[in-house]
Every structure is written in structure tokens, then in C-alpha cells.
Design a binder for this molecule. Structure first.
Ligand code: SF4
Ligand code: SF4
Length: 516
């Protein structure tokens, strides 16, 4: 790894629960947002004078608003089942990265100021007697550090007998910190851009149009077929909302090319929107309902302005969680859309439906130079659904991959599906100032990947999340793998799909979409 101030962990054959190393990640904190990033989101520009009081007030407010948050604060029995389930603990050895310990950073303050026992023993000067602690700058610094070492992946909640979701506590902690003027630069800068320009990258409409025209030329040169990448087309049937990374980053853009080819081959009338040119919604990462809603309302406005009948989301993990789980609450009702289709629909569901109906032709041998495995993105696997059957969010992407590739192997079962390990860069951690925790937190996923590379000849890792893809392009080389091992699922579709009228369309014995 290029960064000199930490060492990339050595990969083990199996993930090993490490011995504790107290405070080993206490130094890791993201850059703090300055006033110009805070105030547009409705937060103070810097840490307010009476922050201790405001922290308690905000915590009380959130406990009243979100029942789950209150239950999670009260119901932990310290059984320990979650302790070895977090990839950041496994990769960093820091005990404060154990989910129960991360929760307790906040819970100890809740106990001190909002429970009888905490108030009583706190007044006696022994709050620790009941697991409570005084709120001071040291505690706040710990919050800022360790609640930014949680990717809100929800893996720990799967193993908790009470279903306690550390992600919810981490989101609440970040919202409380924002409220007292202690926000994270990376997330808040991105939210500001998405709210004012329409996408996380701050790409203006002209740049988007230019990029999409370039893609049209590239695909036509490559295939001989005029595949369109329409934007702001009024009266189109389908609005595609996709992460802005799809417009230019690798391997994301290859996925966008895949979506366009599928729409083309299906004869669909579709468009993107310059107003809602971002599927990602970082409002969720900072736990802010209001900021999440502002971004979601852009999608609603784009759908209404363009007069579409359907909304399809591109490959992005947390965007799909927001879309699937919260879009109706944040920006509904969507009674103006065609109710015969899922609202919204995932691009994998869209492609999978066409495959099931035998409406797409593929030459799977185009992907024969690869043996694929699939990384389940946390927010898709543990916080959403696809299709109409339980587990569809795991099965449908795999079915798409198997329809377009001959060689596929799953990683060990304890590291996929509902038990999937985070890429290490989710939840607002995909920033260079958190590179150490990103690299170390990726260790369990890299160990699972290595096992299928070594034992099954796997060459590539496919994903349906913009953050996972960006994280893996950095993390794979840190662990000795190739940067281009990571591929988009619709990149695989793009390679194999036979476009009507293309040179490849002449073959009479092309594979169709048989499932394996
Ligand atoms: S939500 Fe994920 S990152 Fe956060 S504590 Fe749980 S396992 Fe760790
Ligand atoms: S598994 Fe649940 S109840 Fe047990 S220690 Fe962890 S958070 Fe607490």
C-alpha cells in the first residue's frame, strides 16, 4: 500500500478473531466540515458553545422520534454475540470497533443523563457503576472517531438476539454531532452538491450531455449499433436514476453502457434526468431525514416534469436501500406512475425480467476469460429486497450474472448473502482521510475473495454498488490483487448481450439466456 503510516493486514486463510489492541484506531477521524459546508444543510458552522446541553436535547428528540433508537439504547444485555461480527473490529483489533462497544459510546451518555440510575450515581460521582459516563470533549472526540469507523452495514444486527442495529445508533450519533456543529467534510460536501447541482460530483447539465454523447459514439463505434443515452427526454416511459459515478468512473461506466444496451434491446423509451442525476443519497449516512428527503424530492420532481411512467434505479447499494425502503415515505405518493410495475424498480430486476421472458440474446463466451464471484452489497443484502420472493436481492443479481457468464463461484457462505462482509468503504467512509480504516476494514472481504481465487480460480469480483466498486479499485491492489478485478454486473451484461443489427447478431448458434 502506498500510504506509509500503516500496514495492510496480512490475509489469513480464514478470518481470525484478533486479540484486542486498545486504542489502536483512536487517531482515525475524518476531516471536519467547515462552516460553508455545514450551514447549507441547516447545521451550525462550528462546535457550539453549549454543545453538551444540545447533545442531550437532540438525543432526547431522536429518542422521541425514532422508537427503534430508544429500544436499541435500552435492550442490550451484553451477551457478546455481536463482538466479532464487525469487519472494522476484525481488521483493526480496536475493541471500540466491536458493535456493542461502539453503541456504548452513546449509550453511556444516554444512561448518565436520561435514566434514574445514571442521574443518581452520576450525582455521587460514580456514573461508571451503572455503565454511565459524563459527557465531555474526550467522549465527543471518541464519538467522532468511532462513529466514523462504522459503515452502517448492519452485519452485527443479524447476529444480535434482540436485533439491535448499530447502524441506527451510528446514524443518530452523526446527526447529533451535525446538530452541534461537528459534521464530516466528505458527506456534507457531497450532500450540498447533490442538493444544489443534482449529483454528488457537481457535474453540470452540459458536462453530463457531453459525457453521454461520448458514450453513444463509443458504443456505436464498438458495436455498429446506435444505442442512445437520452437525458431530459419528456414523455419517456422510464426514468433511470443512477449514481453519478456511472457517468465516468471505472468500472461503473461499463455498467451504464450495459443498462443502455438492455433498454435499447428491449425497445424501451427511457431517459435520465439532469435534475436528478444522482441515485446516491448521503443524507442517510448522516442520519438526517430532512437532507435525505431533499434529495429524494429531486427524483419525484424529475419524474413529474418528464412525465415518466416508471422509475428504475441503477447499480448503487445504499441508493437502493433509500429507494426501496424509504422513497414512498420521503417523496410519495407515486400514484402518477404505472402501478403495474415495482415503484421503484432495480435495474437488475428490469434485466432479469427480460431474461426470464427470453427477450434478450447473449453470447456468454464473451465473458469466458473471467471466473466471477459476487460481492453482496450490505445495503442491498440486509436492508432491501428485489423481486417478489424472499432473498430476491441475493438471487436476482446472481441469476443475471449466470445468464451472461459461464464461470461463476460463490465466496464462502458465511461471507455472502445476509452475512456479507462490507467492502470497508460504505456509510460515508469512502474518503482518503479514512484510508487506514477502509483498508483494514476490507480484510475479511479480501480473505473471502482470496479463498475463491486460490481454490476455485476466480479472477473477478462483480458488484452492484457504486461505493463498493470505487472502494475495491483502491483496496484490491492494497492486498495484491488487480485493480480491474472489480466489475459491474451490467458490464458483464454489456459484454455478452447481442444487439440486433450488430456484427455479432449474424451468428445462428449464439447462446440464449439459459439459466444454470
Ligand atoms: S453496522 Fe457494520 S460497521 Fe457498524 S458496527 Fe455493525 S458490523 Fe460494524
Ligand atoms: S448481540 Fe445485541 S444484545 Fe448482545 S451485546 Fe451485541 S448489541 Fe448487545
Amino acid at each position: 500500500m502506498a500510504a506509509a503510516d500503516f500496514e495492510t493486514p496480512e490475509l489469513q486463510e480464514y478470518t481470525v478473531v484478533p486479540k484486542l489492541e486498545e486504542g489502536t484506531m483512536a487517531h482515525s477521524s475524518p476531516y471536519i466540515a467547515k462552516e460553508k459546508l455545514q450551514t447549507p444543510l441547516g447545521y451550525p458552522g462550528e462546535l457550539v458553545d453549549n454543545w453538551e446541553e444540545k447533545v442531550i436535547t437532540k438525543m432526547d428528540d431522536l429518542r422521541g422520534k425514532y422508537r427503534g433508537f430508544q429500544v436499541f439504547l435500552d435492550s442490550c444485555v451484553k451477551c457478546g454475540a455481536c463482538t466479532d461480527k464487525c469487519h472494522y473490529y476484525l481488521g483493526t483489533k480496536d475493541p471500540k470497533n466491536m458493535p456493542v462497544a461502539r453503541q456504548d459510546l452513546l449509550r453511556q451518555v444516554y444512561r448518565r443523563y436520561s435514566t434514574f440510575a445514571g442521574k443518581f450515581f452520576g450525582a455521587l460521582g460514580i456514573p461508571g457503576f451503572v455503565g454511565a459516563a459524563d459527557l465531555n470533549k474526550e467522549v465527543l472526540d471518541d464519538w467522532y472517531s468511532y462513529f466514523h469507523q462504522c459503515s452502517q452495514c448492519r452485519r452485527c444486527s443479524v447476529y444480535c438476539p434482540y436485533g439491535i442495529d448499530t447502524a441506527e445508533i451510528s446514524m443518530a450519533a452523526r446527526e447529533i454531532m451535525d446538530t452541534v456543529g461537528l459534521g464530516q467534510k466528505y458527506c456534507n460536501e457531497i450532500i450540498g452538491k447533490a442538493q444544489t447541482i443534482g449529483n454528488n460530483l457537481g457535474l453540470p447539465e452540459a458536462a453530463l450531455i457531453d459525457t453521454l454523447e461520448g458514450l453513444e459514439e463509443e458504443v456505436e463505434e464498438d458495436t455498429g449499433v446506435a444505442v442512445k443515452f437520452p437525458i431530459d427526454q419528456k414523455g419517456a416511459d422510464i426514468l433511470l436514476v443512477t449514481p453519478s459515478a456511472d457517468f465516468f468512473a471505472e468500472p461503473h461506466v461499463d455498467g451504464l453502457i450495459g443498462y443502455a444496451k438492455v433498454f435499447h434491446e428491449a425497445g424501451a423509451s427511457w431517459t435520465m434526468s439532469s435534475h436528478a442525476s444522482e441515485a446516491a443519497n448521503f443524507g442517510m449516512f448522516i442520519g438526517s431525514y430532512e437532507n435525505m428527503q431533499k434529495l429524494s424530492l429531486r427524483v419525484r420532481k424529475a419524474a413529474l416534469d418528464l412525465g415518466v411512467k416508471r422509475i428504475v434505479f441503477g447499480e448503487c447499494g445504499h441508493a437502493w436501500r433509500v429507494a426501496y425502503s424509504f422513497l414512498h415515505t420521503l417523496a410519495g405518493p407515486f400514484d402518477f406512475l404505472d402501478q403495474n410495475y415495482p415503484i421503484p424498480q432495480h435495474i437488475c430486476e428490469y434485466t432479469h425480467d427480460l431474461i426470464e421472458k427470453d427477450e434478450l440474446k447473449f453470447d456468454k463466451s464473451e465473458n469466458d476469460h473471467m471466473t466471477l464471484t459476487f460481492h453482496d452489497s450490505c445495503n442491498v443484502a440486509r436492508a432491501s429486497r428485489m423481486g417478489d420472493k424472499p432473498g430476491g436481492q441475493m438471487d436476482i443479481p446472481r441469476a443475471v450474472i449466470k445468464a451472461v457468464c459461464n464461470n461463476y463461484v460463490d465466496m464462502p457462505v458465511e461471507t455472502i448473502g445476509e452475512a456479507t462482509f462490507c467492502c470497508g468503504g460504505g456509510g460515508g467512509l469512502l474518503t482518503d482521510d479514512l484510508m487506514e480504516v477502509r483498508v483494514k476494514g476490507a480484510q475479511p472481504r479480501m480473505e473471502a475473495y482470496k479463498s475463491v481465487v486460490d481454490n476455485s480460480g476466480v479472477t473477478n469480483l462483480a458488484a452492484i454498488c457504486a461505493i463498493c466498486k470505487a472502494q475495491f479499485t483502491k483496496i484490491l491492489p492494497a492486498y495484491g490483487f488487480g485493480m480491474t478485478d472489480i466489475v459491474s454486473v451490467h458490464q458483464l451484461v454489456s459484454e455478452a448481450i447481442i444487439l440486433t443489427g450488430s456484427d455479432d447478431d449474424t451468428s445462428e448458434d449464439s447462446d440464449t439466456n439459459e439459466s444454470e
